[in-house]
Design a protein around this ligand. Structure first.
Ligand code: NAD
Length: 498
């Protein structure tokens, strides 16, 4: 049955989400009893009052995770059994797709169709991928001297703190839970304060799937009050972080101030989309470029926010881009399945984006379209899809992560010029090039400073494709087998045979 906007509204009105933290296999209030509201950015209404954790709650969660890790209920469980639990976990997430869709849409404003078509399937396939590899990874025997046997074991790290942002609440958690749990770790998950509800449903489903108590704990609350004590905790062995560069840098400091825990950071970006004059299909390039910046309201780490267009096709590309943008991502009620763009996550984020639009105009860029709060949508945190043309790469709108639906077009002379402009940023998450020349494509892929490169595509990939950045976009890799190795460590074992 295809649900209508009225159906979703009725379900939203009847929703009774879990709002307590999940520690040691049960839902519990914060020790202080405090709560905080999570607000629907489409309406300004309170969705739920959620437990507001502090260091004391983090201590409880970490103690439970450590106890569970040490007694081997998960870390030494037969790999086939761990695999079965994780496969069931993926099935249950899939079976609860509508609940997850509703929770994240109400919390952070993403279109409900995006949840059903992108976030939930992306989360399920990621957990399945890691479920499947549990008993297919191997250690090694090295070719050392004949008088000894030397082997390398791959073992879990212990307690992993996972701290995630609000832009893909379910999916960012799933991307990290997959490898962390598959490797045999215990986890304390800290969702963003703007979007805590789906993480609590995840914890419940992990237990329903047969996951033991203490292996997946969820602590809700603010960054300073829960994320920080988690990252400073002496019994946490790793922080898997996705969020802003500012907080990513703090995570490294917290690790240094505590126990030298491992930190993998997945942070922001200012990703270039290069469109060359020899692009075979400018219509597809323009349509893809529109989604690459306006999809998920532009609140995407890999958003293609800088469009580097070769001069001979500059005007033609902007014309096509503008034509598609008029219809492809237009703001509306995120509970309407036809909506392709929701509100921004909070009034603060809306202010930030509007401020950048003001900065762009003051810097002398040409505001080609958008730039305002859409008419009739004043109750929510909406901003129109916005395009600046004739942007110089030195402008703040071309250098800083806006994290909203704002694209900047920069004219370039040729591919070499495009590469030098593309690389002229502190970030290095993703990049794309549209060209029909195979050599140009490979040279671009070789020389671009980015962890993810698309040729004649954008945002393509699946659980097998590594996700992570160069430079200040971070040092970790989500998805793929490399993620599994980042949640495990090697042990070198030498046996004397003499
Ligand atoms: P944020 O850094 O403000 O918050 C992320 C998480 O960190 C939240 O859970 C928050 O509560 C917590 N936090 C905040 N301050 C903290 C502190 N002092 N100590 C410990 N934890 C703290 O980021 P955000 O605004 O939620 O998310 C947007 C950012 O995330 C953007 O920069 C975006 O590019 C990035 N992001 C990156 C990826 C990627 O894969 N590279 C994916 C999604 C989002």
């Amino acid at each position: 049955m295809t649900l209508t906007r009225d159906d979703w509204k009725a379900r939203a009105a009847a929703l009774k989400p879990e709002t307590r933290m999940f520690i040691d296999g049960e839902f519990v209030d914060a020790l202080s009893g405090a709560t905080f509201p999570t607000i629907n950015p489409a309406t300004g209404e309170v969705v739920a009052e959620v437990a507001r954790g502090t260091a004391a709650d983090v201590d409880r969660a970490v103690a439970s995770a450590k106890r569970a890790f040490r007694d081997g209920r998960w870390s030494r469980l037969d790999p086939r059994d761990r695999m079965t639990v994780l496969s069931r976990f993926a099935d249950l997430i899939e079976a609860n797709a509508e609940s997850f869709a509703l929770l994240d849409t109400l919390d952070m404003g993403k279109p409900i169709s995006d949840m059903l078509n992108i976030d939930v399937p992306g989360s399920v396939s990621n957990i399945r991928f890691f479920a499947e590899v549990v008993d297919k990874t191997e250690g090694a025997v090295t070719n050392t001297t004949a008088s000894a046997l030397h082997y390398i074991l791959r073992q879990p790290l212990g307690v992993c703190g996972i701290v995630v942002p609000w832009n893909y609440p379910l999916m960012m958690a799933a991307w990290k839970l997959g490898p962390a749990l598959a490797a045999g770790n215990s986890v304390v998950l800290k969702p963003a304060e703007q979007s805590p509800l789906s993480a609590l449903l995840l914890a419940k489903l992990f237990m329903e799937a047969g996951g033991p108590a203490g292996i997946l704990n969820v602590v809700t609350g603010f960054g300073e009050e829960t994320g920080k004590p988690l990252a400073l905790h002496m019994d946490v062995d790793k922080i898997g972080f996705t969020g802003s560069g500012e907080v990513g840098k703090l995570m490294l400091i917290y690790a240094g101030q505590s126990n030298m825990k491992r930190v993998t950071n997945e942070c922001g970006g200012k990703s270039p989309q290069v469109i060359l004059a020899d692009c075979e299909d400018l219509d597809t390039a323009a349509a893809t470029a529109v989604s690459a910046i306006y999809g998920n309201q532009g609140e995407v780490c890999s958003a293609g926010s800088r469009l580097l267009v070769e001069r001979p096709i500059y005007d033609a590309f902007i014309e096509k881009f503008t034509e598609v943008a008029k219809t492809a991502h237009q703001p509306g009620d995120p509970l309407d399945p036809a909506t392709t763009m929701g509100p921004l996550v909070t009034p603060e984020q809306q202010d930030r984006v509007l401020r950048y639009i003001d900065i762009g105009q003051k810097e002398g860029a040409n505001l080609a379209f958008g730039g305002a709060v859409p008419a009739g949508l004043n109750a929510g945190c909406y901003v129109e899809p916005t395009l600046f043309t004739n942007v110089a790469n030195s402008m703040r709108i071309a250098q800083e992560e806006i994290f909203g639906p704002v694209a900047s077009v920069i004219p370039v002379d040729n591919v070499d010029h495009a590469i030098s402009v593309a690389n002229d940023t502190i970030y290095g998450l993703a990049a794309s090039i549209w060209t029909s020349n195979v050599k140009t494509a490979h040279r671009f892929a070789r020389d671009i400073e980015a962890g993810i490169v698309w040729v004649n595509a954008y945002e393509a990939g699946d659980a097998t494709t590594p996700w992570g950045g160069f430079k200040q976009s971070g040092n970790g890799r989500d998805k793929c087998l490399e993620a599994l190795s980042q949640y495990s460590q090697t042990k070198s074992v030498w046996i004397d045979l003499r």
